[in-house]
Ligand binder design. Sequence first.
Ligand SMILES: *Cc1c(COP(=O)(O)O)cnc(C)c1O
Length: 470
Amino acid sequence: MTYTDTRDSSVCVDFKTAVMNGMNAVTGGLYIPTEYPQLDKTFLRKVPEPSFRDIAFESARLFCGDEIPSGDLQLIIGDAYPFSPQVVPADQVTYIMELFHGPTCAFKDFGARFMARVMSYFNRNETTPLHILVATSGDTGSAVGSAFHGVPGLDVTILYPDGKISPLQEKQLSTFTGNVRALKVAGTFDDCQKLVKTAFTDNELRSKFRLSSANSINISRLLPQSFYYTFASLVVKNRMPRDSKIENGSIIAVVPSGNFGNLTSGLIARKMGAPIAGFVAATNSNRTIPDWIFSGQYEPRPSVSTLSNAMDVGAPSNYERIVSMYSLENVRRLFASYWLDDKGTLDAIRHCYDNTGYIIDPHGAVAWKAWSDIRRGALAELVNGGTRNMSEPGLTPNIPDWAPAVINRQAVGIVLETAHPAKFGETVKAAIRREPVIPDRLEKVMRLPDNAIPMSAFYPDFKDWLLANL
Ligand SMILES: *Cc1c(COP(=O)(O)O)cnc(C)c1O
C-alpha cells in the first residue's frame, strides 16, 4: 500500500514514511492513499455484521500492507480498542453513532489510540525520541495526550488556544506529566496550527529533532476513523428493514465538522466499500466549507468562537484532501452541507431531547439539526425550486444525488455524536435545564493539578522554547 501527496501526485511513499513524517515537508502537502483498497464483499455482506474490531483489523490490514505483520496488527487493534462505537436508534429514520466510549469521551480517541500504537511500533528500533507537535481546538489534545502518555520513545507537546476551550477540556489536556505537556497559546486554534506547521518546515528544528504531527493531518489518525463508518453502516443496513421497514434504503452519514478529518475518513470508508450513499457536512458558524460548496470559492478565514468549540476551524486542513478525492461538482452530488449558529445549536439540543429523550452534545446537535431539517423537507423544498439565503443558517442549495431517496422516505441518517454531553454540561443545561451524568473517567481528571505553560503566538518565541526544552 502506497501513499501520495495532495500537492504532488508523483510522490509515492510507504505507510511508515507517511505516518512518521505526518505531512510532506517539501511540498507542504498532506498524505493520501494512492488508491483505495476494497474490503472483501463477502466480509461486508456477513449477517450479523462483523464486530467493530474485526472491521478495524480487516481495514487496517489493507492500509498497512506487509509493513505490520498480521499478528502485530491484531495486538495493536486489540490494545487500541477496548471500547466500541455504539449505534443507538433515535427514531424511525435516525440512528446516533456514539463515538464517546473511549478514555477521553470524544471520537478522537479512535484515531489517536491507533496512531500512538502504530508510531510506537515504527519507532521500536530508534535511539532518539520522536517529538510529536499537535495543535488542538479542544478534543484532539486530550485524546493524543491520553493515547501517548507513558509510551516510551515518544514525546508530546500540545498547543491549545488559551481561554477558547471548555474548563474540562483544558483539564483533560493540561494535567499530564512526564512525556506529555501542554502550551496555552495567546491566540486562536489557527494560530496554534500555524506554529506547528511553521515548525515542521523549519530546517534548523528538523536537523535537531525528529518531529511528527498528531492532529488530523496525520494519515494514521484519519484511516482508523474509517473503521466506525464501515461498522455503523453495516449495523444500520442490517437493522433498517426491521426498524423502519425500509429495504435497501440509502444510508446518509451526518458529520459535525471542523477540520474535516472525520468526514474525510467517511469518504475513505465509502471508497473501500462501506454502504454509505452520501454525507451531510454540518458546521457551526465557521462555514468555510458550506460557503465553498455554495459559491465554488474556497475562502479560509479566521475562526470564530461557538458553543461547539471543537469545530471552530476557519481554515480546515482536510479541504486539501477532499478536493484531491472529488471535484467540486462531485462534492455537490455526494454532500448536502449545512451550517448552524449558536442559537440554533441550543434549540437543536432541546429539540432532540424533547423528541427522542436523547441528550446530545453541542457538536452532535449541529448534525442532528441538519438531518432533522433534511428529513422534514428542506431538501424537498430545494428540489421544488426553493432558494436559500446563505447568511441564514441552513442547507447550501446544491441537490445531492441521494435527495430523491430522502424525499421518498427511503433513506436513514446516521448522526455522529462526537463527544459525551457531560463534556459540555453547561451548554446542555442551558438548553434542557438538566445536566448530563458525568462519567467517572471525566470526574477523576477534574481533580488533577493543571500544568499548562503559557506561550505567545509569535513563532520565534515558540521556536526558542522548543530549542530550550525538548
Ligand atoms: C474535533 C471534533 C469535531 C470536528 O472533527 P473534525 O475531524 O475536525 O472535522 C467534532 N466534534 C468534536 C467533539 C470534536 O472533538
